[in-house]
Design a protein around this ligand. Sequence first.
Ligand SMILES: Cc1cc2nc3c(=O)[nH]c(=O)nc-3n(C[C@H](O)[C@H](O)[C@H](O)COP(=O)(O)OP(=O)(O)OC[C@H]3O[C@@H](n4cnc5c(N)ncnc54)[C@H](O)[C@@H]3O)c2cc1C
Length: 450
Amino acid sequence: MNTERFDVVILGGGNAGIGVTGPVRRAGMSVAMIESHDLGGTCPNRGCTPKKVLVAAGHALHEIERAAIHHISVGKPKLDWSALIDREKDLIKDIPANLARSMARRDVEVIKGHAAFAGPNAVRVGDRRLEAKHIVIATGSKPRQLPIPGAEHMITSDEMLSERELPGSVIFVGGGVISLEFGHVYARAGADVTILEALPQLLPAMDVDAVARIQTESERIGIRVKTGVSVKRIEPANNRLRVVFTHQGTQHVAEADRIVNGAGRVANVDTLDLAAGRVEHGNGRVAVDCHLRSTSNPEVYVCGDALPIAPQLSPIATYEGDIVGRNIVEGPKYSPDYGSMPTSVYTVPALAAVGLTEAVAHQKGYAIKVHSNDMHDWFSARTYAEIIAWSKIIVDQATDRILGAHFVGHAGEELVNVFGLAMRFGITATQIKDYIYAYPTFSSDIKHML
Ligand SMILES: Cc1cc2nc3c(=O)[nH]c(=O)nc-3n(C[C@H](O)[C@H](O)[C@H](O)COP(=O)(O)OP(=O)(O)OC[C@H]3O[C@@H](n4cnc5c(N)ncnc54)[C@H](O)[C@@H]3O)c2cc1C
């Protein structure tokens, strides 16, 4: 087996791995990136980007539903699901090749294959052994395996983004982001959708009032939501699948064409032979210090979904990759700050959030002012016939700084960036209110939200 030497070897060519390449290549380091599937990883090939194509179709259906309010007559819409999947695949098909060109321009050697550690400073891929001064684990995440009999009958988001036939009925096991996003598209496309969540609340990390509103809208479009559920088993039943679960002490049975694993994602590090790399880990997590460096092997860094210490989101993966790259170049001195990272759940309409929920702000002992607004009868919401338009802005009374902002509808997935920017750069609630916004826009309502 030949040994090749690099300054940096990156395991995984997704947002995180690509994020590392900028700083290290600018510093002139030699870099190899090992990727087992498609360059770009989950977000552009099997995540954010293709999913948004389906969500956009859900939006179009939502607009058609409300056309009559604008005195537009339209017939019952009919979505050609297989053509929509073709459109989705067509929109993303060039991404891996474009990224391969971009990596070649950066002089990053991309190697196809599955990598694993072969020593504290070495990895193997196929019949090649690569030694490196620094090794980066950027191998992303994979669906959490549920310890229930029949779990193998469940599909994941990969199949939902590829199956060319719209299922007649779908049960999501788990009420997180993926279940809500796909559930809204499926329900609007005409499928019968049920979401079963073990905890008392869907989207448990989100503000309770925001979740209540999106649950109401989910139920309005026909999604059945059950929380506090314990799924016991999944089994085939007359060409369909059956889920047996308990809810409030009673056993129930539900059948559907597809059962989806919506129970979240875990770090994809179990096939990396971490022991050979002397990389300390436990419960599927690599132990890292505040600079994202392995606590046991200082030449190994971890970033992106492979490091589940922050929400598993693509901008966070890129951000962490950049931090790791700079730490490799300059020595370990940078640490991530997750405080002002906006996020959206792309239901229709979206639920968007940045910063603390009201409950967490209280737990942390802040004296807060909470500006909560049901805006559905505001002029802008009425103009667009919004069914839900809601916001909650949490302000620190002592400093006038924004601590959190939460939206359902009202272009919240765009407005949340204004509040994230304010939090990041210390713009106060009064300054946000004093700003002059283009009118009439949803942003111009920010003045009234505060
Ligand atoms: C359905 C879905 C929708 C999503 N929607 C959004 C969204 O709207 N917004 C958002 O911000 N985030 C979204 N995400 C999350 C986002 O996709 C991830 O946070 C992001 O892709 C993580 O980037 P990463 O580089 O850490 O991992 P990945 O992008 O998963 O990249 C890891 C790469 O490593 C490769 N790999 C794994 N093991 C090995 C190995 N041993 N050797 C070599 N290569 C290996 C994999 O093939 C993969 O390409 C979504 C995720 C899913 C699944």
